[in-house]
Design a protein around this ligand. Structure first.
Ligand SMILES: *Cc1c(COP(=O)(O)O)cnc(C)c1O
Length: 546
């Protein structure tokens, strides 16, 4: 039964629908892909707008010394994945007229996704849609011109009528100026047009990390043509400061905004408290698409099967993961030994190395094979501390060749296999920096027990010792060293005192926890619940009277 909703155009820089389409980097894109699939399941009148990346996000390779090498192979997307709509729109980048070809993708059980592409013969700035989150800073603005301004023009050229524009992250903000330009062409003043546009926009903010909220000098925005002929330097400054903060601009250009978990909603409200005239920020916790991420046999067995059936279904997934680890990392794991998974972007606040830091306690467990650890995660090409984390993880595999594996080039296939086949899903961010974290939801729904800091979505789901474990009780310190020391101790207490004994000495108790984990999360953290909240709280909200 279709869910009643206004018509929505959803804008995002990246979409993770399938590994056949290299148009994603990580969590933001996977969420966007699941949003489009869930919208399709629910019959929502929603279309996606994005970019057709020629080389996608960085491909991770590891050299002989364990360092990440960044590769950017060119992808040729098959015809059964992308269709040519025959539509082309134009945008202006640094006074050059740039053609954008519009492709359509609906091959993965998703509502239509329209992808703009500048890689055309003779086109100026054809590299604009070359690489996701790489290249010079000016190119990012050019990409945002194509996504925002080009995206609105594509909707017009395709004849798609829209009531609400959903900006997933601030990257899409320039669409607001194109919408204002249209209204000014129809006779409104700039102020009237911007006020009217604000009533059509809803915005999702994704990160409490200050550097994750992109800024640009206003000169750069003006020079490249991000103003859409609507904004001038002073208007930009009033909207988002100088340097211009895209998140602040989007918070002021939307009628309502949201964070992506309950805790993140609070964090975002504090973080953006100083922004006057901004939209209210709600909290809508992310969800995942069950059809993509949940193993049906495990799900069935959790609902009406015996303990044996649930365990057998899990072990089958574990064997698949073990084969994948052998194929991709060359490490042979044992299905009868505890296997802990950790897959995240390699970035300092996620603290991938925390679990190794009490050497005297962890080394014997790894040497005896009682504990097996599998990691995956890419560092951003410009993040040297992230690359150092990758190097250290690879070094751990070399030190403990039977018990530690690092799978290179984390992608959706590895994500799915790890969140189905691990026994435990480890998550150790420095609270409250993890906005949501959807991989833990995938794991929980597959009976993979979360062992996590109380951050992101986890405080909403955890029943400590019943459906997973809490590490650290929500501790926060202004001194990161104090916080790390505290959390390291807490992690070892849980690991040695609870996780390992339960796994080896109380299998029935473990299976009971798996069942609770699945039953507690399969509906509350599904993308269908999330979409209902978007429809009610964001899309269908009546415009506020001026
Ligand atoms: C689910 C998923 C993510 C997002 O997970 P987080 O918990 O937010 O890190 C990122 N990348 C891939 C490949 C995924 O499958």
């Amino acid at each position: 039964m279709a869910l009643d909703s206004p018509r929505v155009a959803y804008f995002c820089m990246e979409y993770g629908l399938d590994d056949a389409l290299k148009t994603y980097s990580g969590g933001l894109g996977i969420l966007a892909g699941d949003h489009l699939k869930g919208a399709h399941d629910l019959g929502l009148p929603l279309v996606g707008i994005g970019l057709k990346w020629k080389q996608g996000y960085v491909q991770q390779q590891i050299d002989e010394d364990g360092f990440q090498v960044d590769a950017f192979p060119t992808y040729h997307y098959p015809d059964d994945v992308l269709q040519d709509t025959g539509v082309e729109v134009r945008v202006t980048i640094a006074e050059d007229e740039v053609r954008c070809k519009v492709w359509k993708c609906d091959a993965f059980g998703n509502v239509p996704l329209y992808l703009l592409d500048t890689d055309l013969d003779g086109n100026p700035h054809r590299w604009t849609t070359g690489q996701l989150y790489a290249g010079p800073e000016g190119r990012r603005v050019a990409q945002e011109i194509v996504l925002g301004i080009g995206g609105v023009r594509a909707l017009r050229a395709l004849g798609i009528d829209v009531d609400v524009y959903h900006f997933n992250e601030g990257h899409a903000l320039l669409a607001a100026f194109e919408l204002a330009r249209e209204k000014m062409e129809a006779g409104m003043t700039r102020d009237e047009a911007l006020a009217a546009v604000r009533e059509q926009i809803v915005f999702t903010t994704h990160t409490p990390i200050p550097q994750g909220n992109e800024t640009h000098p206003i000169r750069r925005l003006m020079y490249l043509g991000a103003d859409a002929g609507v904004m001038d330097a002073e208007a930009f400054r009033q909207l988002g400061g100088d340097p211009f903060n895209m998140t602040v601009g989007a918070l002021r250009m939307s009628r309502i905004a949201n964070g992506v978990a309950q805790l993140h909603g609070e964090t975002a409200n504090k973080m953006w408290d100083w922004v006057d005239g901004r939209a209210p920020i709600l909290a809508i916790t992310n969800g995942v698409h069950p059809g993509t991420w949940v193993d049906e046999e495990v799900d069935q067995a959790a609902q009406d099967g015996s303990d044996e059936a649930l365990w057998a279904a899990h072990q089958a997934n574990k064997r698949e993961l073990i084969e994948h680890i052998e194929a991709r990392a060359g490490v042979q794991f044992d299905e009868n030994k505890l296997l802990i998974g950790f897959a995240r972007r390699a970035v300092a606040y996620k603290r991938a190395m925390l679990v190794f830091e009490k050497e005297r306690e962890i080394a014997p467990l790894l040497e005896s094979g009682r504990l097996q650890l599998v990691f995956a995660g890419k560092a951003h090409p410009m993040d040297s501390s992230g690359k150092e984390i990758v190097r250290q993880l690879v070094e751990m595999q070399r030190r403990f060749p039977k018990a530690v594996a690092f799978i290179t080039d984390y992608d959706m296939e590895t994500g799915a296999k790890m969140t189905r086949g691990s026994d435990v899903w480890l998550n150790t961010p420095r609270r409250p920096k993890e906005a949501s974290g959807t991989s833990g939801m995938k794991a929980a729904m597959n009976g993979v027990l979360n062992c996590s800091i109380l951050d992101g979505w986890w405080p909403e789901a955890v029943r400590d010792g019943l459906n997973g474990w809490d590490i650290g009780g929500g501790f926060i310190s202004p001194d990161p060293k104090v916080q790390d020391d505290h959390d390291r101790d807490a992690l070892y207490d849980v690991l040695l005192g609870k996780v390992i004994p339960t796994y080896y000495d109380d299998r029935a108790g473990w299976i009971e926890m798996m069942r609770r984990s699945i039953l507690d999360t399969r509906e509350p953290f599904s993308v269908h619940r999330m979409l209902r909240e978007y429809v009610e709280g964001m899309y269908a909200r009546q415009p506020v009277e001026a």
